[in-house]
Each structure stands twice: as C-alpha cells, then as structure tokens.
Design a protein. Structure first.
Length: 158
C-alpha cells in the first residue's frame, strides 16, 4: 500500500505549496498550455491514486481544465479500464499502491496494450528507485502549476 496521506496531511501540503508558490516565478507559458489545448481538444486522462483525499485534491487541480477525467483507486482497476477503453491520452499514476500492481508495473503492462500511451508518475518516495526515462515523475508535494505543466509536457511528447 502507498504511504497513506490523511486529510490533515493534504491540508498541510496545500498550505506549504501556497508559501512555496509565492517564492517561485510561474512558467506562464507551460501553465497556460493545458488550458489552451483543452479548448481545442478534450484530453482523456486516467488518474490512479489509492489515497482518496489525494485523488480528490488532484481531481480538483484539473477541474478548471476541459478534461474527460476517469479515476481508479489501484493498478488492477486502472489496467481493467485501459483494457476496456483504449482512448486515454494520458495516465497519471501514484507509484506505490495496493493490489499487487505498482504505478511502474501499470505503466509497463499498459504499454504492452498500447505502446504510445503517455504516463506521469507521482511519488512521495525517493526518485532514485524510479527510472525517469519511463515517464515524467512528480515528487509529492507539488503545486498545481507544476502538475499542469508536467501534464502538458507529457502530452506534447512525440
């Protein structure tokens, strides 16, 4: 099971991000790309996260975007959804999840089904354990600007 995050932890995360965002100059080009793109095309995203508070938080980060969002609480359910509906443009997945399929396992199995499926991995653990050549990796906690920019960059990759 992933490193569980309580609602209080999610609130603390948001508070620390507000402070950090004030000290970081936003990359306005990337921050606006997803919004601009979503007016032209509806992006289909599968969000895979075992922590309900974090799934809600990440979903809220995407509410201003024109995205067709589907969710799964573990890798097994996500793989079933990918098998049933091969129309996802992007999968955003936590790395550590219950159910026997990690985010990295999900990525590998999903790419057996569809080689060009784009992924963004999310983790609260060290990046040393993850091959960043597999997919972009977001280290928790991250800001909405970073989240949207990473999604846009992943969608833009050839």
């Amino acid at each position: 099971m992933g490193r569980g995050v309580a609602l209080a932890d999610a609130e603390c995360w948001l508070s620390s991000l507000k402070q950090r965002d004030q000290s970081i100059k936003p990359d306005s080009k990337n921050a606006k790309k997803l919004s601009k793109r979503s007016r032209e095309d509806i992006v289909r995203i599968l969000l895979v996260e075992d922590s309900l508070p974090l799934m809600k938080l990440f979903s809220r980060m995407l509410t201003d975007e024109k995205i067709d969002l589907d969710t799964a609480e573990n890798g097994v359910l996500a793989l079933e959804k990918i098998n049933q509906n091969n129309a996802f443009d992007l999968v955003i997945s936590d790395v550590m999840m219950p159910g026997g399929i990690s985010g990295i396992d999900l990525l590998r199995k999903a790419r057996e089904i569809r080689k060009d499926l784009k992924f963004v991995l999310i983790t609260g653990y060290s990046l040393e354990e993850i091959d960043e050549n597999l997919a972009p990796v977001l280290l928790k906690p991250f800001s909405k600007k970073t989240f949207l920019s990473t999604i846009e960059n992943a969608l833009s990759e050839a």
